[in-house]
Design a protein around this ligand. Structure first.
Ligand code: SF4
Length: 329
């Protein structure tokens, strides 16, 4: 068995050159005539106990990346390494076994919960599927989980429609925690909720992270939400990662022109402070036929001739700060 270094031991998840393409079929014989390059060659790692935020406009591939890592989608290429083990091509029993260790919290807590099941059954279902615990043990465990996520014990006997959006998301979180996973991928977990309850659910996730020793991949389009939750942040544009850095570094000194535009659009809480907003021209191009070179070049105010020809790779330009842009050669 290979010897792992201390740094490698700290890494829970490593994603290497991951690609997820959706084939486009056409013609009489329904042949492959192209592909939607939803995730196009991304690499990053998450350390144990860390939260990595993944941000970008809708359609940038962040949710597809999350689903591919959880192996809900098959990757087209690349590697997913979990606790030092390559899980990219696991199938059957081996995949089922490893799935206990990672769970997802979905955006829409109502659509992700079976409306005809009682909350007690919804939360205990994963435990029942993976263990032989007695009915009494199961019930005690679910009651404890409901309390941990801030729901009353009588929630056990109720149905999802009897709860508010925030409470339903708490049920989804209890279900995700049921198997005591190591990694949680939270895909826009508060974007469907009222602003007033968003911070309650975010704070709950943070508390649970400490208590259950969780590692998070936190996917969201709202930079303020991601800032609140994350230790490091990865910015995605058109299927690729354009910048990865610690939270403070990325907010105080964004290097990629796309990140600069996103951060300039965060509303300033103090109306007396003036902020220069960078307006991005044009729409996000199609991931079926992305622009050549740097995919951001048609919208970039710093674009140079080489940007159309050569794709910049994600390189470390300062300790812990990586960016994919020809400005930082
Ligand atoms: Fe802009 Fe060129 Fe940097 Fe792309 S590589 S972000 S086009 S300056």
């Amino acid at each position: 068995m290979s010897q792992l270094t201390n740094v490698e031991k700290d890494v829970l998840l490593e994603v290497k050159n991951l690609k997820t393409y959706y084939p486009i079929k056409g013609g009489f014989f329904r042949k492959n005539i192209g592909a939607v390059k939803a995730v196009d060659d991304i690499s990053f790692e998450i350390k144990k106990g860390e939260t990595l935020g993944l941000v970008g406009e809708s359609g940038c591939g962040k949710s597809t990346a999350g689903r591919t890592i959880l192996r809900l989608l098959d990757p087209t290429d690349g590697q997913i390494i979990f606790e030092g083990k390559d899980i990219t091509n696991l199938r059957g029993t081996s995949l089922r076994k490893i799935r206990q260790d990672f769970q997802m919290v979905f955006q829409d807590p109502y659509a992700s919960l079976n409306p005809v099941m009682m909350v007690g059954d919804l939360v205990s279902e994963p435990i029942r599927n993976y263990t032989n615990k007695s009915t009494k043990e199961l019930k005690n465990e679910v009651m404890e989980l409901l309390t941990k996520v801030g729901l009353p014990e009588d929630a056990y006997y109720k149905y999802p429609h009897e709860f508010s959006g925030g409470q339903r998301q708490r049920i989804g979180i209890a279900r995700a925690l049921a198997l005591r996973p190591k990694l949680i991928i939270a895909d826009e977990p508060v974007s469907a909720l009222d602003v007033s309850v968003q911070s309650q659910v975010l704070n709950l996730l943070k508390e649970l992270q400490n208590e259950f020793d969780l590692t998070f991949l936190f996917i969201a389009h709202d930079l303020s939400v991601v800032k609140h939750m994350s230790d490091r942040i990865g910015v995605m544009y058109l299927g690729g990662l354009v910048e990865v850095a610690g939270k403070d570094s990325i907010y105080s000194e964004p290097l990629h022109p796309y990140t600069q535009a996103l951060i300039s659009a965060i509303p300033e809480p103090d109306p007396r402070k003036k902020k220069d907003r960078i307006i991005l021209e044009g729409d996000v191009p199609s991931p079926i036929n992305p622009p050549s070179g740097c995919t951001f070049h048609p919208r970039c105010r710093h674009a140079m001739p080489e940007c159309q020809q050569e794709k910049p790779s994600l390189k470390e330009v300062k300790p812990g700060h990586r960016v994919a842009c020809h400005l930082y050669k």
